[in-house]
Design a protein around this ligand. Structure first.
Ligand code: HEM
Length: 444
């Protein structure tokens, strides 16, 4: 009688499931329980995945998790309804829309922030300041002047709580999420989620109610949503659909840019990057001659623009882009099956020594030869590329330019690293005192 093969013990079987891994230089394969996971840092494969919209969609656990806050808003939406919403907003975020309408808001809010800084000599938490700036800018883009200072302040506070609840989870929490067990089932989190969501909800209800009284809507995001039609029903958008889109624009439109600005300041204000700081200052001085910065195209200030872009290479706020495979396919010779999770590790790609010369160094001039190298994906690519990319690049460039145009910094505390929250943020504070510039070029 043939002997029955000996079964592996439980521990061996479990660890085999969790440990199965295959690796090449820019692709790793592993399993979390039954889930097959691919991690790509190969720029060609990553671009191919992001272009193959038909074969890859937003992972179900992302839709479920983030969908609790923003329903089916543009960033999670698909098909005709996504296309409709995308078309509705495209010209607001086009280079022309940004230069004509958004750039003046950016310079105005940056100047207001600097005026406030100069009234008070106390040390500033620069990440907090950048978050305040970008949130105010995006709220003016969304609501024009239909939002009060207090409402804007309360939304910023509440959305910060919401964003922080997405702190990079422990592996066990990832597994729980994949099983559909979400953080809000933990009582403490539920309270914070609920409270911040309610605050935002009430404020949005008030603003929308006021705006519905107007005969004609201002041409801003809220105005377009109020005038829009749902492609599925042929009726105006529901109150919930409008609120979901608003929350999405507010969060997507400020957190990432704030972090990009903070890391830019962090890099430029380090002694080792003094040459880059000098380049930025000289460019700004030659441009403004001591006057305030006029709004306009971010490409007019290539050194400042590249300083922002390089900070986002080393510290990409959207550090990973995730997709779920919807149809068996092959990318870069790798077989990807339906339901496989695909993670494009933007951070590892941006720092790979074989993809970038002097990968660890802060060298903004690398973008002069090639403005968007293949291995640079801070805004994603393909049909779901960031809708606010031109706005973000304009905001990063104009805000940095005006800050260095007007003030000197004395850094009193520095971040000690990075932390993964919803975005990749500095770990620890970037704190500085700010004074009006001592040496300013004379106005011609
Ligand atoms: C430095 C700042 C920013 C970064 C790094 C960033 C990054 C990204 C990335 C990586 C994606 C693609 C996600 C994916 O493919 O799954 C994305 C999508 C998106 N972003 Fe941004 N973003 C920034 C600023 C903004 C701003 C200022 C806005 C608008 C006010 C915005 C609105 C959006 C929207 C609506 C989408 C969804 C596009 C779609 O699915 O069609 N983003 N962003």
């Amino acid at each position: 009688m043939s002997e029955k093969p000996k079964k592996d013990g439980l521990w061996k079987r479990v660890s085999r499931v969790f440990k199965e891994k295959k690796e090449t230089a820019h692709h790793k394969f592993s399993r979390i329980g039954k889930l097959r996971v691919h991690e790509f840092t190969d720029p060609v494969a990553a671009r191919e995945i992001l272009r193959q919209d038909a074969n890859f969609g937003t992972p179900r656990f992302v839709k479920k998790g983030i969908g609790r806050f923003i329903g089916n808003a543009l960033i999670l939406d698909e098909g005709e309804s996504w296309q409709n919403m995308h078309n509705l907003m495209t010209d607001i975020f086009s280079p022309k829309g940004v230069n004509n309408t958004i750039a003046p808001i950016i310079t105005d809010e940056t100047d207001k922030m600097i005026d406030r800084w100069l009234k008070d000599a106390k040390p500033l938490d620069l990440e907090h300041e950048m978050r305040g700036l970008t949130a105010k800018v995006v709220m003016r883009v969304v609501f024009s002047d239909s939002i009060s200072e207090k409402q804007a302040h309360d939304i910023i506070e509440a959305s910060t709580v919401t964003i922080e609840s997405f702190r990079k989870p422990h592996k066990l929490t990832v597994a729980m999420r994949m099983l559909g067990i979400h953080k809000e089932y933990i009582p403490r989190m539920k309270k914070t989620y609920k409270q911040s969501a309610e605050i935002i909800d009430h404020i949005l209800e008030d603003i929308i109610a006021e705006r519905r009284k107007l005969k004609t809507q201002p041409d801003d995001i809220l105005g377009r949503l109020l005038d829009a039609t749902d492609v599925a029903t042929g009726k105006p958008l529901t109150q919930k659909q409008i609120k979901d889109q608003l929350v999405m624009f507010i969060v997507a439109g400020h957190e990432t840019t704030a972090v990009g600005l903070t890391f830019s300041l962090h890099e430029l204000l380090q002694g080792k990057n003094k040459a880059e700081y000098d380049k930025v200052r000289t460019e700004v001085d030659n441009f403004t001659h001591g006057a305030h910065l006029p709004p306009g195209d971010y490409n007019r200030l290539p050194n400042v623009r590249d300083a922002f872009k390089e900070a986002m290479r080393l510290h990409p706020s959207a550090y990973e882009i995730a997709r779920e495979c919807e149809k068996d396919t092959v990318v870069g010779g790798v077989e990807i099956k339906k339901f496989d999770l695909v993670r494009i590790s933007v951070i590892d790609m941006h720092r790979a020594p074989d993809l970038w010369k002097d990968a660890a160094d802060y060298k903004p001039e690398r973008f002069r030869k090639e403005p968007f190298p293949k291995a640079y994906l801070p805004f994603g690519t393909g049909p779901r590329v960031c809708l606010g990319m031109t706005m973000a690049l304009t905001e990063g460039t104009l805000a940095l330019a005006e800050i260095f145009n007007r003030v000197d910094f004395n850094v009193t505390e520095r971040p000690t690293g990075e932390q993964l929250v919803f975005t990749m943020r500095p770990q620890g504070k970037l704190e500085a005192t700010v004074t009006e510039r001592k040496t300013k070029p004379a106005t011609p």
